[in-house]
Design a protein around this ligand. Structure first.
Ligand SMILES: Cc1cc2nc3c(=O)[nH]c(=O)nc-3n(C[C@H](O)[C@H](O)[C@H](O)COP(=O)(O)O)c2cc1C
Length: 345
């Protein structure tokens, strides 16, 4: 996806300096206790267990997987089943499913519960045609009865909380986010996460959190606000504007896992130096290799090199060299060189 980072590379947000920081408070999703109000947003192709574990280590109160195909679970597809892996040190963790068939989604939810996840989330936001053509993702927003049936079937199938992550609607003009959220609550959803852009808007413009406020006022279950939260100031502004229970952070934490603790505590630390960044990338990359093997890890890490180094004053060509290094070991060696002598490298 082009331009994933949006505003990254701009100076870090200052901490608003509050005595009592609302995002540090625990909250509950159904029977699940979440230690703070910062959620790592689900990110397709990114939020595997290596990424989630790193997010938890850096202070996210709850982490959520990349979206997982319910039909892949039904067919026991090896790669899909691998996505259900949950590690001991990432709890509380949710696994997000996509699909439009209530029976298949219920069966996949049982597999998610059996894998040890603490909640199962339903994707009602993915705008990608390949997903929407099957009636899944954001397409469910255009079929509220089906969406409700999916959630009900899942709620009946598992004991862990079932949550919904939705966009405001298919298009701004046809959006009925409060009505949809109420339906989801009535179907048994234990929380609603809202990304207040319409599917047709993809990632354009800014997230309109007036919509989040409307949703938060409409339901009794916790509402999680997703969209353009990148630091303590934007997180606090969204909480105060919307009355949401928590915020989700997606792009703002790509290459900046330190953002989770800053938002969860209200205290923005100084940006890490290059040596710290390289140590972080190395630890993360070791887990990524364990998830997907050396070759795929080399490709997966390419985007992260650029994300971790965004906004840094580096000699020309360094990021390109990292992204074209033929092996992960070579990329990491280049990073080490950078950390040893950033100006000369
Ligand atoms: C690369 C990428 C992958 C995403 N994958 C998912 C996904 O699998 N499931 C989902 O519900 N949302 C997904 N989203 C949406 C994010 O969870 C989030 O709602 C959105 O990016 C807005 O939040 P942000 O401004 O903090 O990034 C994805 C977003 C991006 C940029």
């Amino acid at each position: 996806m082009k331009g994933v980072l949006g505003t990254r590379g701009t100076p870090r947000e200052a901490a608003p300096g509050r005595e009592r920081w609302p995002l540090a408070e625990p909250f509950a999703i159904g029977g699940l206790q979440v230690p703070n109000r910062v959620v790592q947003a689900p990110l397709a192709g990114i939020a595997n267990w290596a990424f989630r574990r790193q997010s938890r280590r850096h202070g996210a109160g709850l982490v959520v997987s990349e979206m997982v195909a319910s039909h892949g679970v039904r067919h026991g597809n090896a790669r899909t089943m691998g996505m259900l892996t949950v590690l001991d040190d990432e709890h509380p963790v949710g696994v997000q499913l996509f699909g439009a068939d209530p029976e298949v989604m219920a069966e996949a939810a049982r597999a998610v519960e059996a894998a040890g996840a603490d909640l199962v989330d339903v994707n009602m936001g993915c705008p990608v045609p390949k997903v929407c053509r099957t009636g899944a993702g954001a397409a469910l927003l255009g079929e509220p009865e089906r969406a409700e049936a999916v959630v009900r079937a899942m709620v009946d199938a598992v004991r862990i909380p079932v949550t919904v992550k939705m966009r405001r609607g298919l298009t701004p003009a046809t959006s009925r986010p409060a009505e949809m959220a109420r339906r989801m609550e009535a179907a048994g959803a234990a929380a609603v996460c809202i990304h207040p852009r319409a599917a047709a808007e993809e990632y354009a413009g800014v997230a309109d959190h007036a919509v989040t406020a409307e949703v938060a006022a409409a339901v009794g279950v916790p509402v999680i606000a997703s969209g353009d939260v990148t630091g303590p100031a934007s997180a606090l502004a969204v909480v105060e504007r919307t009355g949401c229970a928590a915020v989700a952070v997606g792009r703002g934490a790509l290459g900046d896992p330190w953002a989770f603790r800053a938002i969860a505590t209200g205290q923005a630390a100084a940006p890490p130096d290059l040596a710290e960044v390289v140590a972080e990338v190395r630890a993360f990359a070791a887990d990524v290799v364990a998830v997907m093997g050396e070759d795929r890890a080399c490709h997966y890490m390419r985007r992260f090199h650029a994300w971790y180094l965004a906004g840094r004053d580096l000699p020309p060509g360094r990021i390109e060299a990292l992204q074209t290094a033929p092996t992960l070991a070579e990329a990491l060696a280049l990073l080490d060189e950078l950390a040893a002598a950033p100006a000369a490298a």
